[in-house]
Design a protein around this ligand. Structure first.
Ligand code: HEC
Length: 133
């Protein structure tokens, strides 16, 4: 009675260490995986979102003022061809209303990965997606 046994004092501390190590391992794995993703997101937001939209649907703030619509990344039609090549060529060479960007292959790969992870399977709100092809 009175003083807690040493066990009582140590155990919660031990759990805390185990949890901490587990958390560190998980977040390390996640951050390795997310490093490219975060970079891609940052680049996308800085360079592409303006026209292609935060949701990748081609409805960015500048889209209205363009004569041509920026491509909609949530449209399954976009994903039919070799997307990696299409994105790379479009970004380095530009296309019609879209300017070329001075980005490294690494940057473009990060953007490509972000676009495909985030928008490929995003709901395509426009006209019911699959049904209207
Ligand atoms: C100034 C507005 C604007 C910005 C900024 C912009 N785009 Fe575009 N993008 C367009 C327009 C407009 C089109 C449609 C061009 C066409 O099909 O003629 C397009 C088309 C595309 C296409 C499809 C090309 C094809 O052959 O179907 C890809 C891929 C693309 N953009 C990627 C990007 C990426 C990645 C970024 C950021 C690095 C970006 N765009 C930034 C306006 C923009």
């Amino acid at each position: 009675m009175g003083r807690p046994s040493e066990d009582h004092v140590k155990r919660p501390f031990g759990y805390a260490i185990v949890l901490f190590l587990l958390g560190a391992a998980v977040s390390l794995a996640a951050s390795l995986d997310a490093a490219g993703h975060d970079k891609g997101r940052t680049l996308y937001r800085a360079k592409c979102q303006f026209c292609h939209g935060i949701r990748g649907d081609g409805k960015g703030p500048a889209a209205e003022s363009l004569l041509e619509h920026p491509v909609d990344f949530t449209d399954s039609k976009f994903w039919k061809d070799d997307v990696t090549k299409k994105i790379y060529e479009t970004v380095t060479q530009g296309k019609e209303m879209m300017p070329a960007f001075d980005l490294t292959p690494d940057d473009i790969a990060a953007i490509t990965s972000y676009i495909s992870h985030t928008f490929k399977n995003a709901p395509h709100d426009a006209k019911g997606g699959r049904g209207d092809q």
